[in-house]
Every structure is written in structure tokens, then in C-alpha cells.
Design a protein around this ligand. Structure first.
Ligand SMILES: Cc1cc2nc3c(=O)[nH]c(=O)nc-3n(C[C@H](O)[C@H](O)[C@H](O)COP(=O)(O)OP(=O)(O)OC[C@H]3O[C@@H](n4cnc5c(N)ncnc54)[C@H](O)[C@@H]3O)c2cc1C
Length: 306
């Protein structure tokens, strides 16, 4: 254990099944990240609640991960407890069907791709925009993941959360959720969600999924380790990718961190990139784009750690 003298850590490890000094590169799609002091993969809501209660009594900091597909973890890693929510899953259920609305419930740890497949199988439309977006439902809602053709805020009807302060479960309706571009303002832990979809002929849904997926595969470096689009698109004008490409930065490199040749808004890990390499490249991109276009790019990827 990183801090053997830390009795709070020892108490927590005695009570729960935790990994100690676990390398976080194993849990991020960009395959970068130093160790977590402690790491938990709770399998259900009650285990999550018990863990959070004990960690909060012991004043241990918590960091949440879903699928780790939008995260960049520092080389020193994360102090305290990392809670990975991707095992919080059971069954996707249809909970209400009305002529114009099909409501499904899914746990937060469910893969977005699995929920998309469920929608296709039942002829439910609404998730076509999400074709090819990796990660979990919890992470997708937190990031308000999406594309030009839609995002999670279009279909979320309500979310079930564990309130981090009171450690109680509650449901929050859409009207009380503060969604914006690639963001949901929320301090709670998402444990489940209801999504409102619509019935449509299956062929139309399948065609839309196929089209979106083929566009993604044709334009994004999906087979390389990355955390998706690195920067948010500015509110108007050129996209972040266009700004970076037109600044001549495709292929720019700091050691094994490289601006993708296929899509300039992706920083890919060519083999052994560190977080420091990625952050140096990020700074170089920001400076170059600022100088050429007087636009300050905002990071979409979330950086976590010491
Ligand atoms: C190849 C590739 C393509 C991508 N394409 C797209 C795209 O087209 N559109 C797009 O929007 N994104 C895209 N992304 C980014 C990423 O896949 C999405 O943001 C995804 O929704 C993140 O989900 P996740 O479970 O991996 O979240 P993580 O990366 O694990 O976490 C993201 C944030 O959500 C928080 N979080 C995770 N789970 C919970 C929870 N249960 N409760 C509360 N907070 C939680 C985390 O603390 C973190 O702040 C892409 C990524 C890759 C690697």
C-alpha cells in the first residue's frame, strides 16, 4: 500500500474487497494513468452505499470512473479511493409503453453500446446518435455524450442517484437536471436512468445506426488508444478538429502522444505515452491555435489525479 501508515486505508481494506496501488492505465481507454491508492469495483447499489459510507466516515477522497473512455489520469495517479461503476448492472427493462413513448430503465454501469443494441432489438428509436460511443450509461449521462445529431439530454427522462452527502438514493427528473454541451452539473453518483425512446420500423433504426457507425469509423481513429475528442467544439465557427488541423498540427508528437492523422481532435497513445506527454502536446495545441485563430480551446477530456 502506498501509505502503509494510513490507518483509514487499512480500515477500509479490512471491510471491503479493494485493490491496492492498482495502475489506472488498465481502466482508461487511452491506456495512461498511475496508481490508485485504493480501487473498488462495487457490484450493486448496496455495496456502493456501504463503501461510500465507510469512506466518508474515514474522510477518504472518492473519484468516480465509468468506462474510463473520457478520462486522462496523471502519472502519479489518484490519491484516496477510485470507485469504478461499470459493474453496477443487472437487466435493461422496458418499464412503460405508450403509443408515442417507450420508457426503458438501465443501471448506470451498463455499456452504452449494449443499451443501443437493446433499443435496436425492440425497434426503439432515439439512441442512433450514440452509435460507436464507448463507455457506460452513467458516464454518458455525466458527459452528456453525443454528436451533431443528438445527445443524452434528448432521451434521459430521469436518473437514480446516490446522494454523496446524505448517502440516500433518490430520483431526479429531467426538468431538474442541468445539462449543457458535454456536461451535466451533478455532484451525486448516478446508479440508474430511465430513457424515453420512440417506436420506429427496425430497418430505419438499423440503417441510421449503420450510417453513424460507418461515418465514425471513417473519420475517427477508433482502433487507437485515445480518450475521444480532446477539446470541446467552440460554440460557433470551425470545430476544434478543423482549428487544430488547419494549424498544421496533424501528426504533431510529444514522445508517444500524437495528434491523430485521421482526426486532429484526437490525441492518440501510440504505445507508451505518459500523461505528461499528453499534457505537453495539449499545451502546444492550445498555444498554436490561440496564436493563429485567437481562440482558446476548452478541454473535453477530464483530467484526474495528483
Ligand atoms: C474512440 C472514442 C470515441 C468517442 N466518441 C465520442 C462521441 O462521439 N461523443 C461523445 O460525446 N463522446 C465520445 N467519446 C468520449 C466518451 O466515450 C464519452 O464521454 C462517454 O460517454 C464516457 O463514458 P464513460 O463511462 O467512459 O465515462 P468516464 O470516462 O469513466 O467518466 C466520465 C465522467 O463521468 C463521471 N462518471 C462516470 N460514471 C459516473 C456515475 N455513475 N455517476 C456519476 N459520475 C460518473 C466520471 O467521474 C467522469 O467525470 C469517445 C471516446 C472514445 C475513446
Amino acid at each position: 500500500m502506498r501509505k502503509k501508515e494510513n490507518t483509514a486505508y487499512s480500515t477500509l481494506t479490512q471491510n471491503f474487497n479493494l485493490l491496492i496501488d492498482e495502475p489506472l492505465k488498465k481502466y482508461t481507454s487511452i491506456k495512461i494513468g498511475g496508481p490508485a491508492d485504493l480501487l473498488a469495483l462495487p457490484k450493486n447499489k448496496q455495496e456502493l452505499k456501504g463503501l461510500l459510507k465507510k469512506a466518508s466516515d474515514l474522510n477518504i477522497l472518492i473519484t468516480l470512473f465509468g468506462g474510463g473512455t473520457n478520462l486522462l489520469v496523471t502519472d502519479k495517479g489518484i490519491r484516496g479511493l477510485v470507485v469504478i461503476t461499470k459493474h453496477l448492472k443487472s437487466k435493461i427493462n422496458i418499464i412503460k409503453t405508450e403509443p408515442d413513448k417507450k420508457i426503458i430503465f438501465t443501471d448506470a454501469g451498463e455499456r452504452l453500446s449494449k443499451v443501443c443494441q437493446f433499443a435496436i432489438n425492440h425497434s426503439f428509436s432515439g439512441l442512433e446518435f450514440a452509435a460507436g460511443i464507448p463507455g457506460t450509461i452513467g458516464g454518458a449521462i455525466m458527459m452528456n455524450a453525443g454528436t451533431k445529431s443528438g445527445d443524452m439530454s434528448d432521451i434521459v427522462q430521469s436518473i437514480d442517484v446516490l446522494d454523496q452527502k446524505t448517502l440516500t438514493f433518490k430520483t431526479i427528473e429531467k426538468k431538474d437536471l442541468d445539462f449543457s454541451y458535454r456536461r451535466l452539473k451533478l455532484t451525486d453518483i448516478i446508479v440508474g436512468a430511465t430513457l424515453a425512446l420512440k417506436e420506429k420500423p427496425i430497418e430505419k433504426i438499423e440503417d441510421a445506426f449503420k450510417l453513424n457507425l460507418s461515418k465514425k469509423n471513417a473519420t475517427q481513429p477508433v482502433s487507437f488508444a485515445s480518450a475521444g475528442c480532446f477539446f470541446k467544439n467552440p460554440a460557433q465557427g470551425k470545430s476544434a478538429g478543423e482549428l487544430i488541423e488547419k494549424s498544421g498540427l496533424k501528426g504533431a508528437r510529444v514522445n508517444d502522444a500524437m495528434v491523430s492523422q485521421k482526426h486532429a481532435n484526437f490525441i492518440v497513445n501510440m504505445n507508451n505515452a505518459t500523461c505528461e506527454d499528453v499534457l505537453l502536446l495539449k499545451q502546444h495545441i492550445e498555444k498554436t491555435v490561440l496564436k493563429k485563430y485567437q481562440i482558446k480551446l476548452q478541454t473535453e477530456v477530464r483530467v484526474e489525479g495528483e
